[in-house]
Design a protein around this ligand. Sequence first.
Ligand SMILES: C[S@@+](CC[C@H](N)C(=O)[O-])C[C@H]1O[C@@H](n2cnc3c(N)ncnc32)[C@H](O)[C@@H]1O
Length: 233
Amino acid sequence: MPTASFAARRGQLETYFDRTASAAWIALTSDVKVSGVRATVRAGRDRMRETLLSWLPDDLTGQSVLDCGCGTGALAIACAARGATVTAIDVAPNLIAIAQSRSAETPAAARIDFRVGDMLSPTLGAFDHIVLMDSLIHYELGDVVDALAALRARARASILFTIAPRTPALALMHVAGRLFPKADRAPAIVPIAPDRLAGAIAQDRRLDGFALARQTRIASGFYTSQAIELAPA
Ligand SMILES: C[S@@+](CC[C@H](N)C(=O)[O-])C[C@H]1O[C@@H](n2cnc3c(N)ncnc32)[C@H](O)[C@@H]1O
């Protein structure tokens, strides 16, 4: 059962990604021209996706991947192209519709099962790799650790995820973000101190058997995100 804070935040994210910012998100994840600030975010996100993909085996034939909060589907499509069987789930139905139409030209996309729903649903089953690119960045530390613990029971080889690392520069940017009119704002990103997360993971018995492995921070203009690998110890 998700906590009340997880469920409340998931509801806000559904509204935001499915309605408020759906068009902006679809544009950001396409190759149409965007403003300078968004172009830096797009470039950072492209690097982040490449980083996460580089941590997966080159040949994913016979392996299963769960793409949690898949958005418009770029990572899921790349995994399928490498041979994986993919379940790609997002709480925003609009984004899943875009992901399906963007994947239509890719024969490998026949191996992608697109779903609308909660990425933590236990009915999704178990996977070799579970990837959450920027899907946990809006959740509080406790909810992030709970999510990782729930997914750990369903991951065989790795969980790859990202956090918005708490740094002084990022804190300033979030203050600046609050100057924008409320209606234009995304649900707040929750910066998390990497050391606090590492401590919480090490102490959580539900995560026994898995440990932090590779980590890389990517900073590009207004985009700063830290990729983290959780893998069998
Ligand atoms: C910042 S976007 C990233 C999308 C995609 N992973 C990417 O990098 O392009 C976060 C996505 O996570 C989805 N999301 C957040 N919480 C979720 C949940 N509990 N279950 C399913 N999707 C969720 C949102 O709807 C949104 O599409």
